[in-house]
Design a protein around this ligand. Structure first.
Ligand code: PGA
Length: 244
């Protein structure tokens, strides 16, 4: 795995946006796996800036988002779909038919999850997968546990994740306790993976992902088994990597 330590959040975001932009220029129909959350916001803002300056064309780009809350429709302001519209999709020339999202209000999650996997496969697989990391080491909504979920599945969120995500809701009780998430296998089948982490609150998870045992109890550690993964970190998130 590669590790790039950036001097701050903005530099990390611009570097990753630069790689995404370069990948889109090289492969106009790039299949891009996308995260939500606080971490990727400035990276998305940089992509929007590059688009507005005329330096980037998303007309053939195909996206697959990592996850969505169960019970929230795509127009719910707390849905990840809404987040993506506000932070990226509404500001660039991506075609709506090229945007893919797990369905949070499906009647049959098993079928829906399989259909999501099928659509990724039909597109030829994900070329570049971007990720954040949870304070508990989760990637997507693959929470720490005794086993690995291969494909997109309906998952239970841990209390830590619910508490961490409560900042996006009016009250913690509004945070859904379940979600639909790409599986670890879905993520690992991407050709190339970039994980971004910033801030002190991610330092312990980053340290364990990089230096700890490779285990589903720290899902991001499994990324070390991938042949092309890079962690982009700010100084705070990398601060425990040198410690014994
Ligand atoms: P955050 O979430 O970017 O809001 O910190 C990351 C994650 O939970 O994967």
């Amino acid at each position: 795995m590669n590790i790039v330590i950036c001097k701050n959040y903005l530099e990390m975001s611009c570097q990753v946006a630069g790689i995404v932009a370069e990948s889109i220029r090289e492969h106009v129909d790039l299949k891009l796996g996308l995260p939500t959350g606080e971490t990727p916001k400035a990276m998305y803002a940089e992509l929007v800036k590059l688009f507005r300056e005329g330096n980037l064309d998303f007309s053939e780009t195909v996206t697959f988002n990592l996850d969505e809350y169960v019970g929230l429709s795509s127009v719910d302001p707390n849905s990840f779909r809404c987040f993506m519209n506000e932070n990226l999709f509404d500001h660039i020339n991506i075609r709506s038919s090229n945007i893919h999202f797990p369905d949070g209000i499906s009647e049959c999650f098993e079928d829906e999850c399989q259909a999501y996997e099928d659509s990724i496969q039909k597109a030829g697989g994900i070329g570049l997968q971007l990720l954040g990391i949870g304070r508990n080491g989760h990637i997507g909504f693959n929470e720490p546990g005794d086993f690995i979920r291969d494909i997109t599945s309906k998952v239970n969120l841990t209390e830590d994740t619910i508490n961490a995500n409560a900042r996006f809701f009016k009250t913690p009780s509004e945070v859904p306790s379940t979600a639909v998430s790409m599986g670890i296998g879905t993520i690992m089948r991407a050709k190339s993976i970039i994980l971004m982490a910033n801030g002190d609150s991610k330092a312990q998870a980053v340290k364990e992902a990089v230096k700890g045992p490779i285990t589903p109890h720290l899902p991001a550690s499994l990324l070390r088994l991938h042949p092309d993964v890079t962690f982009f970190l700010d100084r705070e998130a990398s601060s425990l990597l040198e410690a014994k």
